[in-house]
Structures are given as structure tokens and as C-alpha cells.
Design a protein around this ligand. Structure first.
Ligand code: ATP
Ligand code: MG
Length: 670
């Protein structure tokens, strides 16, 4: 065991929070573990020494990574300034440019012919960009943006589909020292307006539209609607022509990308910025409430992004074909599409559309077509593919894959094992990466050539990151106990503040435990000291004095052959305080079999009772057609709680499909 949360002889803390926690006995004790294949170990970028070095070197470890992985215009002399917590400064007097690091330096190193982006459009069009071509495109965009008045420190709102121009736009902003604020392309005009106003954006970059499930969609009209209601700071709207849908152009304000960018010069000198100059603002998913405008700066953010590309993803930039399925609208599309892979000189796939367009094998067709070697996706995508059945991936050659990753939610062991066997062919390590918009990069994950993986557990902190699980008093817990997931020491890619609201930053993240960052998630150390994420602490249920975690009960439900997905909430209950209410979606097969809902509900209750304990049995099991999810695929339990407690449902603006709640309510009526 390389990493243990407890030092021997350490006195036990006060009454542990986790004492009443009902452990997932069955799933823990009989759990099969997965050692990385020897061929993978032999070639892995990171070995056990990485943890030892991080331990021995302290913050110097990060200084070393920053110098090894990035190119600085001016080297830094201080590594960490923590004199005014929680406002950290990393590598403060160093200067650099993010776009130079992501693009130019690879061309200068003689790798201009290497492919940077393999763009796959939903209708089947594709285009690749070498690093040399990407440098030209980013330079042209930077010149174009500058001609529209954008300079260092200005904010640029980005509301785009998942096309190469989205990445080019982000990098062009970085090249100018401007701050991008990406708004997910599926969000409403209202979301655009509030984010444009919060950041006082000068420029909005958008597209006429995109494609979704074979049909053209529009984006520009939402920008128009947003700016009709506000957003007075906006001087220009720059529009990429993607699908040729008719769009209105406001004279003097709206301009076409092909007029402004395509005609601009390919010569542009990247603006040298300070390591602590802002790189972007990004709003959290809004799973637990109103989204927060998280601010990330340049040097530390890029360092940890590059570091995790190299070690968590074991990236070999010359040979790997990397594909992260995330949209640039959320943080994974920032750290692990726009920045991390490019800073490391990777070849990566970006895909515009949905996984079922034009057919349910699209993801696997893309893996086969490009020979993807590293694939990073979400548990919700995996569960959806499971629901569709393994015959579909079986039609494609997936043998190029050598490493798989997941992010966004806890992955239930059932889905992990399926991903490993059906997609990974039984020989790809899986990294289950826990992190947040706020943390900027991976925080807890396997090191793929080292860690013996346990399905369902993110396991151990990234080398150089100090994560802990503590009780209500902030004392470290022992193995076998559960409590609050915290970070004890600053890390390079940590958020610096909430845009324009330092006070809210301190209140939200740093006030619950003295001197520690509190993420909002609950977690447990298992008997080996590995970390299991239990879900949001707000979601932890208290049933007759027993603490139950949503993710454990959901995993138990999904382990039943009829269940494709499950979401569990605690609803107020007169007798037990809270009662477990489960919402489940059936697999395609089970749905076709036409089960009696009440009977199946009973079976599922019994199944949970057997898998976990009778206390964990849901009081009600509701079979529904869909679950409410954010655009990044996370289940919005707070909305289900509204249903379970018979209230009008709350704010649905960040839902992927705004009609889902109505579908659920309707399905429960009949
Ligand atoms: P908001 O903060 O607005 O409620 P959000 O927390 O969903 O939104 P993100 O930053 O996108 O916004 O998500 C981070 C959260 O996602 C984590 O706090 C955690 O709850 C969950 N998460 C991410 N990766 C994992 C993982 N590998 N295992 C378990 N949970 C994960
Ligand atoms: Mg959050």
C-alpha cells in the first residue's frame, strides 16, 4: 500500500461521523480487483516513485512539474504564496502564454505535421488540423478578435457547438490574454444572458447552429434573445457558419467568422501573461443549486492539467489517439479537450453530436475509424450504452483502446465492469477521476500503471494533492469510516475565486472546516484506505438514524439485471425522518418484457435489502422513462426530491432536456 490516510499511532478523533454508516458489505468484501496488465505497467509514464517524490518534495514537486511540462517566457522564483488564504498564488512572477504552450511550441519543436484535432461532425463530415494548421487558425482568430476590440483581460462569451472553432476560439482568447466564459451550447437564452452579464463580456462568439440527432439546430437566435433582454457590455457577436440555417444579423454588431477570421493574418505574437492572470470563467453544472462562476488562472491550471494528462492518462503524444467525449461547455472540455491534451502535444478526436446519431454504434464507429487509444467519458454515457446492449459495440473493432477513463459521477461497479469487459476487452486499465469545476484537474484517481483498481472507487489522491476524509470537527477519519471529502493543502489548478465575489468564494468552500477546502461531497475510506465518493453531502439520507448514501443504493439497484439507471433521494417521512425513494429506468430488454410495475418495484426493494441491508430498502420504487440530467450528464437529485415530496419542481434551466420532469410526473400519474 503506497498511500494510507492514517499515520500509525495517530490518536483517534472525536466520535466518528461514519459510525452509523451502513456499509455496502457485499459489494466491498467480495469485490474483484483489477491489476493493470503487465504490458501496460512496463510502458507506463508513472510508477510508484511518483507518490514518493511528491511526498518528499512538497510544493517543489509542482515547481518541477511546472518547469518540465510547460514553456515559460519568464521563469518563476516563488512556487506557492499562501500568505492570504484561501487566495492562493502559484508561480506568481512567472510569465507564459497558454496558447503558445498548447500550439506554437509543438510547431517550433518540429512537430507541426502532427495531427492536433480530428474533428468528426454529426452528419459525418470530418476535418483534421495539424499543429501547424491549428497555429494558423488560432493566430487568425486572435487577430480577428483583436480587430473587434478584444484585448488582455477582456471577457469573451463562447456559445458554440462542439466544433473545432470552439477550441480555436478558447485558444485565441488565451493567446490575447482575454478571459473566455464558455456557455454550454444547449443552454437557453436566459443562461446566456445571465453569464454574459455576470462576466460583462465584450464579444460573444457563436455559430448559426449545429446538428442534433440528424436535425439542424440553431444557436444564434438564443444569443439574439439574450441580448435583447440585456448584456449591454457586448459590442460584437461573431458567428461561425456551421449548418447554414437562416440567422438574423444585427447591423454594426454581428459579424461572420468567415469575414473577420478567415481573412485575418496567420501572424500573431502570443501575449505574455502572468501565471496568476485569469484564463477563464466557467460556471458549475448547477446540480446542487445556482451555478457559480469559477475563476481559473494560467500557470497552475496548465501545470496540473498537463501533469494529469501525462500520468493519469499515460499519454504518449507521438502514438496515442485520445478522445474525451465531453463538450467544451463543461470543465472536462476545458481541462481535457482544450488545454491538457494540446499542451501535451496529443492527437485528439472531437465529436459534434450525440452517441445515437445516426445509429447507436456511433461512438464505437469513431473509436474504430480513428484508432482511439485513450477514451474518457462519463458513467451516464456508459450506462446508456449498457442499456442499448453489448451487441452494438461488438460490431466494431475496439482493440486500439489501451486506457479508459470516467468522470462526472461515481461509476457504479456494474457499469465499470461492463466498460472494462465490453469496451476495454478486459485489458484496459480504467481511471475513475474525481474532480470538480473548482479543482480544475484530477484530484483523486488511479495511477493506471500502478493502482490495482477497485470498481466504483476513485481510490487515491493524485500525486502531490492532499485529500482527506474528515468528521464534523475536521479530524481525519480512520479506514472504514465515512465523512466529508476535503483538500488539506492548496493545489496548482485550484479555483482562485468566484468571479466578482470573493466573499462567496470564502463562504462556499472555505468556511465549513478551518483551513480546508470543502468540496460538498461525502466519502469513505475503505479497509485499505481507498476513497469511495458517496455523493453530495446534501444528498446523504438519514433513515431512522442511519446514514445512507445515494450512490451506494443506486449501485445496488443498477446491479439488478432489469435496471439501466437509478437515482435515489431521501424524501421527508413522518415516521423515519427520511425515506428512501428510488427512481429507476429499465433496460431496453426489461422494458420490452412488460413487467408489472408494482411487482418489479417489490423485487427491486428486496434486491437492495439483500445487497446492502434491510434499512436501505427504498420505501418507494418509481419506474420512470427518463431521469433529469444536466448537460454534463449528472442526475439532478434535487428535482426528484421535489417530485418525491410532492412540491412544484425547482429551477430546471441547466437540465439537458427541459421536458423530462414533465415526462416523469406524467408517467407517475398512470
Ligand atoms: P454545482 O456545484 O453547481 O452543484 P456540480 O457540482 O455538478 O454543480 P461539477 O463541477 O461539474 O458541477 O461537478 C463536480 C461534482 O461531480 C463533484 O463534486 C462530484 O459530486 C461529482 N463527481 C465528479 N467526478 C466524480 C467521480 N469520479 N466520482 C464521484 N463523483 C464525481
Ligand atoms: Mg459542485
Amino acid at each position: 500500500m503506497l498511500w494510507r490516510p492514517r499515520r500509525p499511532g495517530q490518536p483517534p478523533g472525536p466520535e466518528p461521523l461514519g459510525e452509523e454508516h451502513t456499509p455496502m458489505t457485499e459489494q466491498n468484501n467480495d469485490l474483484q480487483t483489477y491489476a493493470p496488465p503487465q504490458v501496460f505497467v512496463d510502458q507506463a509514464n508513472g510508477g510508484p516513485e511518483l507518490y514518493e517524490q511528491a511526498e518528499a518534495e512538497g510544493t517543489e514537486f509542482w515547481a518541477r512539474q511546472a518547469r518540465e511540462l510547460l514553456t515559460w517566457s519568464k521563469d518563476f522564483t516563488t512556487t506557492l504564496d499562501w500568505s492570504n488564504p484561501p487566495f492562493a498564488k502559484w508561480f506568481e512572477d512567472g510569465t507564459l502564454n497558454a496558447a503558445y504552450n498548447a500550439v506554437d511550441r509543438h510547431v517550433e519543436a518540429g512537430n507541426g505535421d502532427r495531427v492536433a484535432l480530428l474533428f468528426e461532425g454529426e452528419p459525418g463530415d470530418s476535418r483534421s488540423y495539424t499543429y501547424a494548421q491549428l497555429k494558423d487558425e488560432v493566430s487568425k482568430a486572435a487577430n480577428g478578435f483583436a480587430s473587434l476590440g478584444v484585448g488582455k483581460g477582456d471577457r469573451v462569451a463562447v456559445y458554440m457547438p462542439m466544433i473545432a472553432e470552439a477550441v480555436i476560439t478558447m485558444l485565441a482568447c488565451a493567446r490575447l490574454g482575454a478571459i473566455h466564459s464558455v456557455v454550454f451550447g444547449g443552454f437557453s437564452a436566459e443562461a446566456v444572458r445571465s453569464r454574459v452579464e455576470d462576466g460583462e463580456a465584450k464579444l460573444v462568439v457563436t455559430a448559426d447552429g449545429s446538428y442534433r440527432r440528424g436535425k439542424p439546430t440553431t444557436l444564434k437566435p438564443a444569443v439574439d434573445a439574450a441580448l435583447e433582454k440585456g448584456g449591454d457590455s457586448v459590442q460584437h457577436v461573431l458567428v461561425v457558419k456551421r449548418n447554414g440555417e437562416d440567422v438574423a444579423m444585427t447591423e454594426g454588431r454581428d459579424v461572420w467568422w468567415h469575414d473577420v477570421v478567415d481573412t485575418a493574418s496567420t501572424e500573431h505574437a502570443p501575449v505574455e501573461v502572468g501565471a496568476e492572470d485569469p484564463l477563464f470563467i466557467l460556471y458549475t453544472s448547477g446540480t446542487t443549486g445556482k451555478p457559480k462562476g469559477v475563476l481559473h488562472t494560467t500557470g497552475g491550471y496548465l501545470t496540473q492539467g498537463a501533469f494529469s494528462m501525462k500520468y493519469t492518462f499515460d499519454l504518449k503524444s507521438e502514438t496515442d489517439v485520445y478522445w474525451c467525449t465531453a463538450d467544451v461547455g463543461w470543465v472536462t472540455g476545458h481541462s481535457y479537450v482544450a488545454y491538457g491534451p494540446l499542451v501535451m502535444g496529443a492527437t485528439q478526436v472531437i465529436y459534434e453530436g450525440t452517441p445515437d446519431s445516426p445509429h447507436r454504434g456511433r461512438f464505437w464507429e469513431i473509436v474504430q475509424k480513428y484508432g482511439v487509444t485513450i477514451m474518457y467519458t462519463s458513467p451516464t454515457a456508459i450506462r446508456t450504452m449498457m442499456k442499448w446492449g453489448e451487441d452494438i459495440p461488438a460490431e466494431y473493432d475496439l482493440t486500439s483502446l489501451r486506457l479508459l477513463g470516467t468522470v462526472g459521477e461515481a461509476i457504479n461497479p456494474e457499469a465499470w465492469v461492463w466498460f472494462h469487459r465490453v469496451i476495454g476487452g478486459g485489458n484496459c486499465p480504467i481511471v475513475d477521476t474525481w474532480w470538480q469545476t473548482e479543482t480544475g484537474a484530477h484530484m483523486i484517481t488511479q495511477l493506471p500503471g500502478v493502482t490495482v483498481a477497485k470498481p466504483g472507487s476513485a481510490q487515491r489522491p493524485l500525486a502531490g494533492v492532499k485529500v482527506d476524509v474528515v468528521d464534523e470537527m475536521g479530524e481525519s477519519l480512520q479506514n472504514g469510516q465515512s465523512g466529508f471529502l476535503v483538500v488539506r493543502e492548496p493545489w496548482p489548478s485550484m479555483m482562485r475565486t468566484i468571479w466578482g465575489d470573493d466573499e462567496r468564494f470564502v463562504q462556499t468552500y472555505w468556511s465549513r472546516f478551518d483551513g480546508m477546502y470543502f468540496a460538498g461531497d461525502g466519502a469513505r475510506f475503505d479497509d485499505d484506505g481507498d476513497i469511495w465518493i458517496l455523493g453530495r453531502v446534501d444528498d446523504v439520507m438519514n433513515v431512522s438514524g442511519h446514514r445512507l448514501s445515494t450512490s451506494e443504493i443506486e449501485s445496488a439497484l443498477v446491479s439488478h439485471p432489469t435496471v439501466a439507471e437509478a437515482a435515489v433521494v431521501g424524501a421527508e417521512d413522518e415516521t423515519t425522518g427520511q425515506a428512501v425513494v428510488a427512481f429507476v429506468i429499465l433496460t431496453d430488454d426489461a422494458a420490452q418484457e412488460g413487467h408489472d410495475k408494482a411487482e418489479l418495484g417489490e423485487k427491486l426493494r428486496a434486491h437492495v435489502g439483500q445487497e446492502i441491508s434491510p434499512i436501505a430498502k427504498p420505501k418507494r420504487v418509481l419506474i420512470v422513462p427518463e431521469l433529469p440530467k444536466t448537460r454534463s450528464g449528472k442526475i439532478m437529485r434535487r428535482l426528484l426530491k421535489d417530485v418525491a415530496e410532492d412540491r412544484p419542481v425547482g429551477d430546471v434551466t441547466t437540465l439537458a432536456d427541459q421536458t423530462v420532469m414533465q415526462q416523469i410526473v406524467d408517467s407517475l400519474r398512470d
